[in-house]
Design a binder for this molecule. Sequence first.
Ligand code: ADP
Ligand code: MG
Length: 161
Amino acid sequence: MAQRHPLQITLALIKPDLSANGPKVLKVLKHIEENQFRILAHRRLLWSKLDAEAFYGEHRGKFFFERLCGYMTSGHFHALILEKPGAITDWRALIGPTHPPRARLNAPDTLRSLYGMTDTRNSFHGSDAIDTALKEISFFFPDFDTSGWKEESIRAHDDKA
Ligand code: ADP
Ligand code: MG
């Protein structure tokens, strides 16, 4: 059957505040799979200040930039490649609005509403477009084949069917 949305990959982060709580991370991973995302790759890592500044370069100069980089270097966190038809939009919908207090008001079932703490410590990241998803995936997973994954994934599905 034809998919309504093209198969996509996106980069998801479970940020340090939430990553510090193992049982909550397991719950989130289960929630991700229950929402029909396939986890193609997963790593746990710790960032230097330079890593954080490079990844969040678009926000350099904003009032929250230092706070954001401090938060993202405060502990280990998880990076995942998620695959699903319409993955980019779907993952951002599942995590909800950037600011957890706003998410709790307007989108109470979203992950940032359930787990996020403050405007900075909002527990999740999701790529916002196809080009940024590929760039962000390569940032965390330089060995991942961003041009060949789709063919490989479709072939793996066909083999199982
Ligand atoms: P998103 O992560 O939803 O794409 P942005 O790209 O605008 O949001 O911001 C990147 C990250 O910077 C956010 O996830 C959050 O951790 C932090 N941030 C964004 N806006 C603010 C703000 N007004 N105050 C404090 N931190 C913020
Ligand atoms: Mg963003």
